[in-house]
Design a protein around this ligand. Structure first.
Ligand code: FAD
Ligand code: SF4
Ligand code: SF4
Length: 283
């Protein structure tokens, strides 16, 4: 392969590669594979291997198993279902790896292993929690940036400087603790209404149930108008009422669990581990 010799020159701050006029450089090679670019190109895959291609010349790949139509060939990342982002590429790689593992173990690749999920209590004492449940009303802190004169003239200069320690701490305090769930146990509840009284957002209501969900939504202490958010409705309690919680406005502050005299409310952390190849027993 011949390479033209070039040198970098800067015109108006922009780098340009200018031919030097020197003779081309020759590198002998048996095969030259072009592996650069931002598009999928599969000309190099022979079309008689059993891998089916669609009208866009992309391999037909299962979005669940990432298997191609050839039993031993799997795809993941941008080459599988088109360009997306790094997180998606890595997730698809994991799924393809699970398929390869299942396939190599002679198992059904469509029988996907479930993720590992756990809920565990964060309560350490009456007022003590294993997570920080402080509720802050701070707005998002602005990430400081380097001087624009510098960043606009030097494209290698990093624009965002990042938070200093104190601001990073304050920003972290804005965390909504979405991983910590309020878990209700009907059998422990004595219907004292203490949790309903203390909840700062009035998201807990003890009331009689309704056949029609909208009627139930409208009779809560604060009507639950966001239809996209499901309500948590308990089994019928001893008085014939149900506990209804509107998750949409819960701050995960833990006051209900702190106040409850019978520990019918618990704040439980939700742990989710995606299934990974070789880490689970598939049998
Ligand atoms: C300009 C740009 C900016 C982006 N910014 C972001 C971003 O900020 N955040 C984000 O999450 N995603 C971003 N993406 C998307 C992200 O880069 C891709 O989704 C991700 O890199 C895909 O990973 P991959 O492993 O599937 O493919 P690639 O990272 O493309 O890896 C494929 C590799 O295979 C090599 N290759 C190709 N053909 C052959 C061949 N025939 N033989 C041998 N090797 C070969 C290539 O050289 C390459 O190294 C950006 C993409 C672009 C183009
Ligand atoms: S965690 Fe706080 S906001 Fe959520 S239900 Fe309990 S008291 Fe209300
Ligand atoms: S504070 Fe506890 S016992 Fe009282 S109503 Fe709420 S969940 Fe039931």
């Amino acid at each position: 392969m011949y390479f033209e010799k070039v040198k970098a020159e800067y015109v108006d701050g922009k780098r340009k590669l200018i031919p030097t006029g020197e003779p081309d450089v020759f590198y002998p090679a048996d095969d030259v594979i072009i592996a650069i670019g931002q598009e999928n190109r599969f000309e190099w895959i022979e079309r008689d291997l059993g891998i089916e291609f669609d009208k866009w010349d992309m391999p037909v790949v299962s979005p669940e198993t990432f298997a191609s139509t050839a039993p031993k060939v799997f795809f993941g990342g941008d080459a599988a279902l088109g360009p997306k982002n790094v997180i998606t590429a890595v997730a698809q790689g994991h799924q393809a790896a699970i398929s390869i593992d299942l396939y190599c173990n002679g198992l059904d690749i469509s029988d996907r292993p479930a993720p590992d999920t756990k809920l565990f209590s964060t309560k350490m004492g009456i007022h003590e929690w294993a997570y920080d449940n402080d509720v802050t009303t701070d707005n998002r802190f602005i990430v400081p940036q380097a001087d624009k004169k510098e960043t606009l003239s030097n494209r290698l200069k990093e624009v965002e400087l990042g938070f200093d320690l104190a601001t990073a701490f304050k920003e972290a305090q804005r965390c909504l603790n979405c991983d910590v769930q309020t878990v209700f146990d009907e059998y422990k509840c004595i219907e004292c209404d203490a949790c309903m009284d203390i909840c700062p957002t009035n998201c807990i209501t003890f009331t009689t149930n309704e056949d029609d969900e909208n009627s139930l939504r409208m009779k809560l202490l604060v009507p639950a108008i966001n239809q996209e958010q499901e309500l948590l409705v308990s089994d019928t309690l001893k008085t014939g009422k149900v506990m209804v919680k509107d998750e949409d406005v819960c701050l995960h502050c833990g006051l209900c669990a702190e106040r409850c005299p019978t520990a019918a409310w618990d704040m439980k952390q939700f742990n989710y581990n995606t299934a990974k190849a070789g880490h689970l027993c598939y049998a």
